[in-house]
Design a protein around this ligand. Structure first.
Ligand SMILES: Cc1cc2nc3c(=O)[nH]c(=O)nc-3n(C[C@H](O)[C@H](O)[C@H](O)COP(=O)(O)OP(=O)(O)OC[C@H]3O[C@@H](n4cnc5c(N)ncnc54)[C@H](O)[C@@H]3O)c2cc1C
Length: 271
C-alpha cells in the first residue's frame, strides 16, 4: 500500500501590488503575477523528501482558485508531485477561510472517493502571504477530524509510516510531538529549502494527471461555500498610512541624548 500525502497549495500574488475591488472588498487577482505560496512550497518539499526516503509515496497537490492556478500546480508537478487537483468555480469565489476550508474538504473527500485511497498525511502551509490568517490548515484538520500540528519546523516519519515525530515552533521555544497518521501538519519556512523544478520534471509535469473540478464535481453543499456563505465579509480594505518621519535627538552628551529619548518615550506612553 502506498503512503498518500496531500499538499494544500495556494497561488498567491508575487508582489505587494494587490488590487482590491472597491465595491465588494474582494481581491482582484487577474493581471497580478502569481506564485506558489512560500509555506506551501515548504510543505511540498517535505512531502517530496518523504517520497525520496520511502519510495512508495504518492504526493497529490490540491488547490482552490481561478483556472490560472493550474500553472502553479504544474510547477508543483515539475518539482516532483504526482498529481494535481484544482477546484475552480465561480460558486467558491469570495470565500472566507471557513468557506475555503469547506470547499477544500469537499475536494479532499471527493479525491479519496474517486481515487479509492485515503490520505495518510495532509500538509498545508502555516499561512498564505495574501490572506495571512493561518486558519485554513487547522480548519481542514478540524473538519476531517484529524489530529493537527501547526508551525512544524522538523518532521520525521517512522519506518512503519504510522507515526510522525515533529518539532513545533513556539514563540519562546519548541515542542516535540509524536502524532499518529492520518494527521494534518502545517509547515513553516524553517522546515526545509524547497527544491527547484528540474528540466526532466518540467517535461514530465505535462504528462502527469491534473484534475479540474467544479463545485458540482466535488458535491460540495453550495450553502457552505462562496461569498454568501462566508460568515465574515471584508467590510473595508485600505492601505495603512505611512509612518511619520523619524526624529533625530541632538545633545552635547550621551547622557543628555538618552535623557531626551526617555522623556519622549514616556510622553508617548511607550515606557
Ligand atoms: C474576513 C475575510 C473575508 C475574505 N473575503 C474574501 C473575498 O471576499 N474574496 C476573496 O477572494 N478572498 C477573501 N478572503 C481571503 C480568503 O479567505 C483567503 O484567500 C482564503 O480563505 C485562504 O485564507 P488565507 O489566505 O488566510 O490562508 P491561510 O489560512 O493563511 O493559509 C494556510 C494554508 O492553507 C492552505 N490554503 C489556503 N487557501 C488555499 C487555497 N485556496 N487552496 C489550497 N490551499 C489553500 C495553504 O496550504 C496555506 O498555506 C477573505 C479573508 C478573510 C479573512
Amino acid at each position: 500500500m502506498a503512503f498518500n500525502i496531500l499538499v494544500c497549495a495556494k497561488q498567491v500574488p508575487d508582489t505587494n501590488v494587490i488590487k482590491i475591488n472597491p465595491k465588494t472588498g474582494t481581491l482582484i487577482r487577474d493581471g497580478v503575477p502569481s506564485i506558489l505560496n512560500n509555506d506551501d512550497a515548504n510543505a511540498l518539499e517535505e512531502a517530496l523528501k518523504i517520497k525520496d526516503e520511502f519510495g512508495n509515496v504518492i504526493v497529490t497537490v490540491v488547490s482552490m482558485g481561478p483556472p490560472q492556478a493550474q500553472d502553479m500546480l504544474r510547477e508543483c508537478l515539475a518539482m516532483g508531485a504526482d498529481e494535481g487537483i484544482l477546484i475552480s468555480d465561480r460558486a467558491v469565489g469570495g470565500s472566507d477561510t471557513q468557506a475555503t476550508s469547506n470547499a477544500l474538504v469537499a475536494t479532499i473527500k471527493k479525491a479519496e472517493k474517486e481515487m479509492g485511497k485515503a490520505f495518510d498525511l495532509v500538509f498545508a502551509g502555516r499561512q498564505a502571504i495574501d490572506g495571512d490568517t493561518a486558519q485554513v490548515g487547522p480548519q481542514i484538520a478540524e473538519k476531517l477530524d484529524l489530529p493537527q500540528v501547526t508551525y512544524v519546523e522538523k518532521c520525521n516519519l517512522n519506518a512503519e509510516m504510522n507515526e510522525l515525530t515533529v518539532k513545533r515552533n513556539l514563540e519562546d521555544g519548541y515542542e516535540i510531538i509524536k502524532v499518529k497518521t492520518p494527521c494534518m501538519l502545517t509547515a513553516i519556512k524553517e522546515l526545509n529549502t524547497p527544491r527547484y523544478m528540474s528540466i526532466g520534471g518540467i517535461f514530465s509535469a505535462e504528462d502527469k494527471p491534473m484534475y479540474i473540478w467544479s463545485a458540482a464535481d466535488v458535491e460540495v453543499d453550495l450553502a457552505t461555500v462562496g461569498l454568501e456563505a462566508s460568515p465574515t465579509n471584508v467590510f473595508r480594505s485600505f492601505t495603512p498610512a505611512p509612518k511619520g518621519k523619524g526624529e533625530m535627538i541632538e545633545g552635547d552628551s550621551a547622557k543628555e541624548v538618552v535623557g531626551k529619548l526617555l522623556v519622549g518615550l514616556k510622553a508617548k506612553h511607550i515606557i
